[in-house]
Design a protein around this ligand. Structure first.
Ligand SMILES: Nc1ncnc2c1ncn2[C@@H]1O[C@H](COP(=O)(O)OP(=O)(O)OP(=O)(O)O)[C@@H](O)[C@H]1O
Ligand SMILES: [Mg+2]
Length: 295
C-alpha cells in the first residue's frame, strides 16, 4: 500500500530543496555581478563623519567625478557653511544667486542644480547645488524640532532625473547634518587612518541611529588619506575598526595619501583634470566600482 502522506512529505521536501538552491543561485548572481541599474533614482549617498578634515568634501567631489565617468548623472549638494565644496571647485560663493540654503528657506524651492563646467571636472554629467555661508541663516531660523525631512522632500520633488545624489555634510552637529543623514539611502563615512577620526565614527553612528533608528546599518567606512609610513597609527586604527570590519562595514577600497588632491583643489580642479594618473583619483574610481557593485 502506498503511504500518501509520506509521498506528499517527499514532494514538499523536493520543492523545498529546489527553492533553496534557486534562492542560493539568485543570491550568488546578485552578489557576484553588478546590478547598479536596479538603483531607485536618485540613490542618495550622504558623506559624513563627526570630525573636521576627514576628507568628506574631497570624497563627494572625487567620487562624484568617478561615478559620472561611469555614465551616471550625478548631483552634489553642499550642506557645510564653510562652503569648501564650492571653494574646491572654484565657485565664487559671493556671486551666487542660488544656493542650497533655498532648499530650507523657501516655501516652494525651485530647481537649484547647476551643471559644473567640464574644464574643471573633466566630466559632462556632474551638477551641483552649492553651499554658501548663508546656511547660517538656515540654522538660525530652522533649528526647531521636525525639520530634518526638508532635504529629502526636496530631492524627491526636484532631483528624480538624477541617478545619484552625493551630499557633503559639516563636521559639527546641526540640523543641516541631520537633514543629510535623514535623506540618505546609504552613508559613506570617510576616516583618516588615525585614532582621532576613527573615534569620531562612534559618535557619528550614534547620530545616525538617533535619526534613522537602530535597524539602519546602510553605512560604510572609507579609510582615506592612508599614509602607509605611519605604522603605529595603522595598527591603532585597525584595532579601532575591528568591530566594523567584523560586520563587513568597511569598504575594501582605501584612498591613498596623494599630494595631487590638495594641489588640484588649490587650482579649483578635480584630480581627473589636474592629473589623470593621480593615485587617489584611481582609488576613487575603484570606490565607484565597488559602490556600483553593491547597490
Ligand atoms: N587622499 C588625499 N591625500 C592627501 N590629501 C588629501 C586627500 N584627501 C583630502 N586631502 C586633503 O585633506 C584636507 C581635508 O580634506 P576635506 O576638506 O575633503 O575634509 P573634510 O572632512 O571635508 O573637512 P571639513 O570637516 O573641514 O569640511 C584638504 O586639504 C584636502 O586637500
Ligand atoms: Mg568639508
Amino acid at each position: 500500500m502506498i503511504n500518501t502522506s509520506k509521498k506528499v512529505d517527499g514532494i514538499h521536501t523536493l520543492v523545498n530543496v529546489i527553492t533553496f538552491f534557486t534562492l542560493q543561485k539568485v543570491k550568488k548572481a546578485l552578489t557576484s555581478s553588478c546590478y547598479s541599474n536596479q538603483l531607485v533614482m536618485p540613490y542618495v549617498f550622504t558623506v559624513g563623519n563627526d570630525t573636521g578634515g576627514a576628507t568628506k568634501t574631497t570624497c563627494v567631489i572625487e567620487l562624484g567625478v568617478a561615478l559620472a565617468l561611469k555614465g551616471k548623472k550625478v548631483c552634489l549638494i553642499g550642506l557645510d557653511e564653510n562652503s569648501e565644496l564650492s571653494e574646491y571647485l572654484g565657485i565664487d560663493v559671493d556671486q551666487l544667486d542660488t544656493s542650497s540654503s533655498m532648499i530650507f528657506l523657501e516655501e516652494n524651492p525651485k530647481d537649484l542644480a547647476r551643471r559644473l563646467p567640464k574644464e574643471k571636472t573633466g566630466v559632462e554629467q556632474l551638477w551641483i547645488i552649492p553651499s554658501a555661508p548663508d546656511l547660517i541663516e538656515v540654522i538660525r531660523r530652522k533649528s526647531r524640532e521636525h525639520q530634518e525631512k526638508l532635504l529629502r522632500n526636496y530631492i524627491d520633488n526636484h532631483l528624480n532625473e538624477f541617478d545619484i545624489v552625493l551630499i557633503d555634510t559639516p563636521a559639527g552637529l546641526n540640523m543641516l547634518k541631520l537633514n543629510g543623514v535623514y535623506a540618505a539611502d546609504f552613508i559613506i563615512i570617510p576616516t583618516r587612518y588615525d585614532g582621532k577620526t576613527t573615534r569620531a565614527i562612534t559618535r557619528f553612528t550614534s547620530h545616525i541611529e538617533a535619526v534613522k533608528g537602530t535597524e539602519f546599518n546602510n553605512y560604510g567606512i572609507l579609510i582615506s588619506a592612508v599614509d602607509l609610513r605611519k605604522k603605529r597609527n595603522i595598527e591603532k586604527t585597525k584595532t579601532l575598526l575591528e568591530e566594523y570590519s567584523d560586520k563587513n562595514l568597511v569598504f575594501t577600497t582605501k584612498i591613498p595619501t596623494d599630494a595631487d588632491i590638495e594641489a588640484a583643489q588649490s587650482e579649483h580642479k578635480t584630480s581627473h583634470v589636474f592629473n589623470i594618473h593621480s593615485k587617489a583619483g584611481k582609488a576613487y574610481s575603484q570606490l565607484a566600482e565597488e559602490i556600483l557593485c553593491y547597490f
